[in-house]
Design a protein around this ligand. Structure first.
Ligand code: SAH
Ligand code: SF4
Length: 357
């Protein structure tokens, strides 16, 4: 009989597995702690379980990490892993350290079906969704590398935040992504607070309110243009879910989460396309109309081989930022990290073992 993988099971599912091998429910709690609080992958090391039980668990189950194919560390300490799963499919995960904390950027799909014109991942067609276990395992692999087991207190964590901004559109894989984020935020295990998790989406309207009602994590929207005409040129998905519908869904998110839970609008600065003061003014009018608790994140375009877009000049980006700030919106300019190892936003891409996209 093939062994069952435990990573990615919900608490209820783990309990059911434990019951199925004839063990008491509290064993499931102990096991959860070993897996997610201590980061243990070897049943033999689970010292508060009897020898017999440890053997029984090892006969029936596995706790697997993806295979690390390559690991690169940028001159700015950004750390990128190319990870391979059991079927040979590969994705990338990135850790972006700050002074005394840092974010792990996780992927949700192999490739992406949205096909944004400026995105390296989007140039690679969708192969498949990642499972909840594969999503959780990315964060755990990063924690392994920095030895952050057992789960340290909030204050001392270097891997303190999670951004769902790697490869893939998370709301095209809602079920697995939500399940994974529930596991990652569970207080008995990895315990990353929902306030430190940000889900970024290209705007899959029907699933946006659930980010508040089912999950309660922070929301970021990849807007990148002040009107539909421009947005559709760079993000074909805009024809299906135009800006007005996205912003209405954002209002629903904020009705549940409260206005103080700001939504971040990511805005990629593309030279001579969306970076004029006129564009900024149009953006401000749009935001005022929908009365959202919003802030912006201006993203310098990160080039990749084969893409025709050019980054806006520094002057233009700063002028754009000042315009938004004068209208009362925070609009920091994102510092590109890990560019020398192609680890920055929109640069992730990978090929599978077979060389197929
Ligand atoms: N699919 C989701 C999350 C992954 S992309 C989304 O689109 O929101 C994470 C962020 O990187 C998005 O804001 C995306 O627009 C941005 N991005 C994509 N390509 C980029 C590039 N070449 N340079 C800078 N940012 C890019
Ligand atoms: Fe997919 Fe996001 Fe890239 Fe667009 S920007 S292609 S949605 S990963």
């Amino acid at each position: 009989m093939e062994k069952k993988e435990l990573l990615g099971l919900s608490k209820e599912e783990l309990s059911a597995e434990i019951a199925a091998i004839g063990e008491k429910p509290f064993r499931a709690k102990q096991l959860w702690q070993w897996i997610y609080f201590r980061g243990e992958t070897d049943f033999a090391q689970m010292s508060n379980l009897s020898k017999d039980l440890r053997a029984k668990l090892a006969e029936n189950f596995t706790i697997t990490r993806p295979k690390i194919i390559t690991e690169q560390i940028s001159t700015d300490k950004t750390h990128k892993w190319l990870l391979e799963f059991a079927d040979g499919q590969r994705i990338e995960t990135v850790y972006i350290p700050e002074e005394d904390r840092g974010a792990v950027c996780i992927s949700t799909q192999v490739g992406c079906a949205v096909g944004c014109k400026f995105c390296h991942t989007g140039s690679q067609k969708i192969t498949r969704n990642l499972t909840a276990g594969e999503i959780v395992a990315q964060f755990m692999t990063a924690r392994d590398a920095y030895g952050e087991w057992p789960s340290p207190t909030n204050e001392t964590r270097m891997l303190s935040n999670i951004v769902v901004m790697g490869m893939g559109e998370p709301l095209h894989n809602r079920e697995n992504v939500f399940k994974a984020l529930k596991i990652l935020s569970d207080g008995d295990g990895i315990a990353i607070s929902k306030r430190r998790i940000t889900l970024s989406t290209s705007g899959i309207v029907p699933h946006i309110p659930a980010v508040a009602t089912e999950l309660g994590v922070k929301l970021a929207i990849s807007l990148h243009a002040p009107n539909n005409q421009k947005r559709s040129q760079i993000m074909p998905i805009n024809d299906r879910y135009p800006i007005e519908e996205i912003l209405t869904a954002c209002q629903k998110y904020q009705e549940v989460m409260g206005m103080s839970r700001m939504i971040t609008f990511e805005y990629l600065m593309l030279k001579d396309f969306n970076d004029s003061l006129g564009d900024a003014k149009e953006l401000i009018a749009l935001m005022k109309k929908y009365k959202l608790g919003a802030k912006f994140n201006l993203i310098p375009f990160n080039p990749w081989p084969g893409c025709d877009f050019k980054p806006s000049s520094n002057n233009k980006v700063h002028a754009f930022s000042r315009e938004l700030e004068a209208a009362g919106y925070e609009a920091p300019i994102r510092v590109a990290r890990g560019q020398d190892i192609l680890a920055a936003c929109g640069q992730l891409k990978s090929t599978s073992q077979t060389g197929k996209a």
